[in-house]
Write a protein that binds this ligand. Structure first.
Ligand code: PFF
Length: 452
């Protein structure tokens, strides 16, 4: 039934590497720590992990199923599986979300390139957290360098996407992901052994539920969706490249597990250092770019660590940006019948145009605000908490109520049979639990705390 008109991943490990490559990125290392910091620490983490398991994994599975069943892009897949209905609008929302995400994501990805450069030049040596903080501020508020790095990063992303996803992504992610893990563990060890680090660990792991607002719960859900790359069709698109002999449940669990482990480790890396180095209230998008250099310059071999680390963060970002651009490219290529090359160029140039506005919103355009937020903040906020949250909602509704139980289970069973009881539980979550949970959180946050 499903046709596979395009490249396939080479096998199970290739899929995991590519999907984990998409999931593990700036969302884990840059976004998770500061969002957690702003929303009360431990209680936020607990809710976050709960959402990954209860909502993230079922949505991820649904996306893989939709993609593999249809063998088509994020929009085309809904058209194929539900012809003559408006369900394709979910796919369209995913394409728009890809534009929004990549625009601000490429800003931060560009910063990682600048920090490789600074690390090589020994730019962190002997500097205090305050100094590093003000260096970060003056770099990001400039107009030339941040834009230049962003454009360079978008060119890197485009070149890989033009080359097709199979060999480049699979090969790079197979090597880089384990190395990234080892390095993060090494920095964690340094961070938790700094004097005074326990306070930071307590902040991350001790839940204080009184700090949890409805909006914080929505942020946890949004962050889970963002970090797992769900809700916008990236995993539908990747799903369409998955071979029939790959088990989708096991793959989803492994990808979600790796992603969550890396997010928690990033927290373990950041919070102890924050409290030990005495910058308790530094937050926001600069957190990682200030705290990590401060740790590096206080550790033996920190010069090398800093270089390797910022290279790895950019690679982690790159394996994610590829998957976002691929959503747009696969869509344009298949729906408008244009070449991969043309689709990649059109997609990348238009996303970069919006991206430059995001980058400049730290300097030149910082007074230009919408709903009281800069363009960067608005894109950052909207992507996770509106686009991906509602995207995830509609995807589970589609899977649970439109695709049909038999189709879903049949596809899930290819490559690895699951027991009838487990199948029933998964269907129950997808049909009732996930839509009700996502819907009530999104609506509750809107009416109780306001959208922004
Ligand atoms: N999951 C990526 C991260 O955590 O950095 C970001 C991302 C990639 C979001 C792909 C959405 C997506 F479709």
């Amino acid at each position: 039934m499903a046709i596979q008109p395009r490249d396939n991943f080479s096998g199970k490990f290739g899929v995991i590497a590519a999907a984990a490559g998409s999931a593990v990125g700036l969302g884990n290392i840059w976004r998770f720590p500061y969002i957690t910091g702003e929303n009360g620490g431990g209680a936020f983490l607990l809710i976050y992990v709960f959402f990954v398991i209860a909502i993230g994994v079922p949505v991820m599975m649904s996306e893989f199923v939709i993609g593999r069943r249809s063998g088509s892009n994020a929009l085309g897949s809904f058209r194929k599986l539900a012809p003559g209905t408006p369900w394709w609008l979910i796919g369209l929302m995913g394409i728009v979300a890809a534009f929004v995400i990549l625009s601000f994501y490429s800003t931060v990805s560009g910063w990682t390139l600048e920090y490789i450069f600074q690390a090589i030049n020994g730019g962190f040596a002997g500097k205090s957290m305050e100094q590093l903080n003000s260096d970060f501020g003056s770099f990001t508020s400039g107009s030339f360098r941040p834009v230049l790095w962003q454009i360079i990063f978008m060119i890197m992303t485009t070149v890989i996407v033009i080359g097709g996803i199979q060999k480049g992504i699979e090969k790079a992610t197979r090597i880089m992901m384990p190395v990234l893990l080892i390095l993060i563990i090494a920095v964690c060890v340094r961070s938790v052994t700094l004097p005074g680090a326990t306070e930071g660990l307590r902040f991350l792991f001790e839940p204080h539920f009184e700090k949890l607002t409805f909006k914080a719960v929505l942020m946890a859900l949004g962050q889970a969706a963002f970090s797992l790359s769900i809700g916008m069709g990236a995993l539908i698109t990747y799903g369409s490249y998955i071979r029939k002999d790959t088990p989708l449940l096991a793959t989803s669990l492994q990808v979600a597990g790796a992603d969550t482990l890396l997010a928690i480790l990033s927290g373990v890396m950041i919070f102890p250092a924050l409290s030990a180095l005495g910058m308790g209230n530094t937050g926001g998008p600069g957190l990682v770019f200030v705290t990590l250099p401060a740790i590096f310059q206080s550790m033996p071999g920190g010069y090398i660590f800093a270089i390797v680390f910022f290279i790895l963060i950019s690679v982690a970002a790159l394996t994610s940006t590829i998957s976002v651009l691929e959503v747009v490219v696969a869509y344009m290529k298949e729906e408008f019948n244009i070449s991969r090359f043309k689709a990649s160029l059109i997609g990348a140039v238009s996303i970069t145009a919006l991206g430059v506005v995001c980058t400049l919103s730290f300097g030149l355009l910082k007074d230009f605000t919408i709903f009281g937020m800069t363009v960067f903040d608005l894109m950052n906020y909207l992507s996770a908490n509106v686009f991906l949250t509602f995207g995830a909602l509609f995807i589970v509704i589609f899977t649970g109520w439109k695709l049909g139980k038999l189709n879903f289970i049949d596809e899930l069973n290819q490559g690895g049979k699951i027991s009838p009881l487990l199948a029933r539980i998964i269907i129950f979550i997808i049909k009732y639990v996930a839509p009700l949970a996502i819907g009530s959180i999104a609506i509750g946050a809107f009416f109780i705390d306001g959208l922004t």
